[in-house]
Design a protein around this ligand. Sequence first.
Ligand code: F6P
Length: 552
Amino acid sequence: MLSKINPTTTQTWEKLTAHYQQIKDKKLTEFFDEDPLRFETFSQRFKNILIDFSKNQLGKDTMELFSRLFNECKISESIEHQFTGGKINRTENRAVLHTALRNISKSPIYLEGKNVMLSINEVWKQMEVFSNKIINGEHKGYTGKPISDIINVGIGGSDLGPQMVYEALKPYHQKRIKCHYVSNIDGAHMAETLKKVNPETCLFIIASKTFTTQETMTNANSARDWFLEKGGGINDISSHFVAVSTNSEKVVEFGIDPNNMFVFWDWVGGRYSLWSSIGLSLCCGLGFSSYWKLLEGAHEMDIHFRNESFENNIPLQMAAIGIWYTNFFEAESEAILPYDQNMHRFAAYFQQGNMESNGKSVDRNSKKVDYSTGPIIWGEPGTNGQHAFYQLIHQGTHTIPCDFIGFVNSHYQMGDHHPKLMANFFAQTEALMKGKSKIEAQSELEAMGKTSNEIKEILDFKVFEGSKPSTSILGEILDEKTLGSLIACYEHKIFAQGIVWNIYSYDQWGVELGKALANELVPMVKGKATSKGKDASTIGLLNAYLELSKSR
Ligand code: F6P
């Protein structure tokens, strides 16, 4: 089982606290002045990805202390527990084996005496056969036409992962197939998507681990009603609806043929289910071989994470740096900034990955923690973010560690867009680190011919403190394998941080209360039940809603 050590009671934590006092005011540029080899020391290579940690507020001694902290918190044992099917999702009494889903070596992995790779292999085959039939047009709709549009109906992990990957890998899209992702219970989402597709040529993938999620089931029912209304018959449902789920009973109850069901297992967390048959839309939209390369990239990162010592272990170092800022510098958020338009859902994906995993305040001893855990994750692609929120990163009052992600090569040959994009990437990390001193700002203003009075008025606003931390991740090109490795890298970072923070990263009880209340409120919002017993504000809102709804 996982250790139950409060990290703040370890000897190393105390040393880190003292170390923080020594290092906190040191300028990032001073670190570089002291060590001409800093870039070499603090950058790592993984396949064709370079990760540069050198623009972070830390030295070799910081990382040595973190290596010790991770040992004290039993990180290696925890990693082995996870990879070998230990029931580390304690509060749900489940193993956590998404790494098995990308174990393309197919070496056996045992869970309760059974080799899970056998059933995974079967599902892989089923996904390959099915997606090939969709792509080559063999799978026909009810009027004999091949399928052209896949609509994935899911939410949270059953939506964000496949959608993020589908967007990120646009250059690898199958020409004839288009994937759509419907998640929101707001009818606008389904209605607008249905406008774009033809019932004769569309296939709905109802993707839900539980097959009970209100949003997904409501959307699935509306999709089925639309299909039947538009000319499809009950017997045609089997060619237009498939399910991805762990709940066969509910799938059959919904009316989907069990032969059209792609299973997965309770040891796959919702936010890690991209790697399970929840990836079916990707097999259809990208082709199975592209999907396989994605798994391959993730598997390579799994091997790295499981085997490398802290000194060479990229996810562990990322985890350490995150803890350094969260718990010592009191940073409350982290920005993920991909300099790649197609990665526009990457930060959103890791909002769930990170915040649903480590947004916890009760530790593994059932005690309330007295230190910070998971940070707030946010971000948008560069350069759009630069013209929106970077102001706050450069000159605001918060410490915001940033991950910049970019690629040497672009899939798009568009004039000099790419070098300009990457110049912005490098410029931002440089500006964040170096800042601009008062003296520099003053000479700039003087060179512009400003009078001393004008300079006095404006000077303070022109200063950039600098020493704002960033990590740069530079890949060769955004391909399937690279994306797979990057996703797995962030996943392992999150897991390692959860181990140190002494929390359970694989449950998500915090989403339950709102779900239960929403179900209770549905009849009240429909005006079919009294709001008696609710608080005054909720009653007030309901009354206003009901009154205003009468006026239309
Ligand atoms: O509400 C949170 C959550 O349980 C996520 O963890 C999950 O990804 C999502 O809902 C969707 O759940 P399901 O796949 O069971 O519909």
